[in-house]
Write a protein that binds this ligand. Structure first.
Ligand code: ATP
Length: 291
C-alpha cells in the first residue's frame, strides 16, 4: 500500500506534535520510523491509521483515510499494548475481534503465533504479563496481514529472546506476504537489518527519508593507531570514538572521497560500516538542546 502525506500537522492545544510534514512511501517494504521520545511518531501513525482528522492530507493508495471505513479496514496499528482488545476480553476474544474487523486476517497463522509466543488463550488481556501483552499486539499486527501494518514500539515489553523470535517471524512473514510495514522503535540496531527504508523525524519534522543501506553508507568507522586516526579525521565530522590501548576507532559522518580513501590505505587504517543507531543519534537533536 502506498502512503502519501502532504502538509500534515497534528496539534494538541498549544503542542505541535507533527509540523507540516510531507513524504511518500511507495509501499511493500519494511520501513523504520525513528525519532526521539516525543518526536511525533505515535501522532503520525495514529493519523495514518485514520484515528484523527488530518490538518493537511493523508492518502492511502490515493484515498483519504479519515472517515473512510474501507481504507481503515486495510490498516492495522498496534500500539504498546493491544488496544483493539478490551482488557476484560480473553485473548481468544481479542483474536476474534481482529478476525471480524479485517478481511486479510489469517486465523490459522494467528493461532500458530499464539503458540509460538506462548500466550494463554483463555486469560483476560488485562491479566497478561507485559511481555505477553506485547506479544499479543504483535500477533494481531502480523496475523492481520493488513496492507498497511504499523507497529508502534509494540515489541517493547518482550524479553530479548522473544524479540529476536519476533524479528525472524516478521521477516519471514513479510517475505511470504509483502505489504507496507512501518515499525517505530528505539532498539534501532536490533531491527536495523530488517529495515529497507528509514524515516527519521525530530520535533514533529521530517529529518530524512532514505534507503537504509544508503544511510549506512554515509558513515564510516575508521580504526587504527590513535595518532593516525586523529590525523585522518582532523577536519571531518566525528560522531564519536573509542580507544583501546593505542588503537582508536572513530565514527566519521560523510562520504569519503578518493583521496581520503588513498590516504586511509597509506596509513593502514581499517574502514568499516557504522551503526544506524550512531547515525540516528547524530541526525536528531541531542538531549538537552540544539547541537
Ligand atoms: N493526547 C495528547 N495530548 C497532548 N499532547 C500530546 C498528546 N499526545 C501526544 N502529545 C504530545 O505530542 C508530542 C508528540 O508525541 P508522540 O506521542 O506523538 O511522540 P512519540 O515520538 O511517539 O514519542 P515516544 O517515542 O516517547 O513514544 C509530544 O510533545 C507529546 O507530549
Amino acid at each position: 500500500m502506498r502512503v502519501d502525506v502532504s502538509g500534515l500537522t497534528v496539534r494538541y492545544g498549544d503542542v505541535t506534535a507533527v509540523d507540516d510534514m510531507s513524504f511518500s512511501l511507495s509501499g511493500n517494504k519494511i520501513y523504520g520510523l525513528l525519532g526521539r521520545n516525543g518526536s511525533g511518531k505515535t501522532s503520525l501513525m495514529s493519523t495514518l491509521a485514520g484515528y484523527r482528522r488530518p490538518i493537511g492530507s493523508v492518502q492511502l493508495d490515493g484515498e483519504p483515510v479519515f472517515e473512510n471505513a474501507g481504507a481503515m479496514r486495510n490498516v492495522c496499528l498496534v500500539r504498546h499494548t493491544p488496544d483493539a482488545a478490551d482488557k476484560g476480553d480473553k485473548v481468544a476474544e481479542a483474536l476474534n475481534f481482529g478476525k471480524a474487523w479485517r478481511d486479510t486476517w489469517d486465523d490459522t497463522y494467528a493461532h500458530e503465533l499464539v503458540e509460538l509466543f506462548k500466550i494463554p488463550l483463555r486469560t483476560k488481556v488485562g491479566e497478561l504479563s507485559l511481555g505477553q501483552r506485547s506479544a499479543l499486539g504483535v500477533v494481531i499486527g502480523l496475523a492481520s496481514r493488513s496492507p498497511l501494518t504499523m507497529l508502534d514500539e509494540s515489541h517493547l515489553g518482550m524479553d530479548t529472546p522473544t524479540r529476536y523470535a519476533f524479528y525472524d517471524t516478521l521477516l519471514n512473514d513479510f517475505m511470504a506476504h509483502p505489504r507496507t510495514i512501518i515499525i517505530s522503535t528505539h532498539l534501532i540496531e536490533e531491527l536495523a537489518s530488517l529495515l529497507e527504508e528509514v524515516v527519521i523525524i525530530d520535533s514533529g519534522r521530517l529529518v530524512l527519508q532514505e534507503e537504509a543501506d544508503v544511510l549506512r553508507s554515509r558513515g564510516t568507522e575508521v580504526t587504527g593507531s590513535a595518532s593516525d586516526v586523529d590525523e585522518f579525521t582532523a577536519g571531518l565530522t566525528v560522531l564519536g570514538s573509542k580507544s583501546l590501548g593505542r588503537t582508536k576507532a572513530a565514527m566519521v559522518y560523510g562520504t569519503l572521497d578518493d583521496s581520503q580513501l588513498i590516504r586511509a590505505r597509506q596509513l593502514g587504517l581499517e574502514l568499516g560500516p557504522i551503526a544506524l543507531q550512531d547515525l540516528f543519534v547524530h541526525l536528531t537533536e541531542p538531549v538537552g538542546g540544539k547541537r
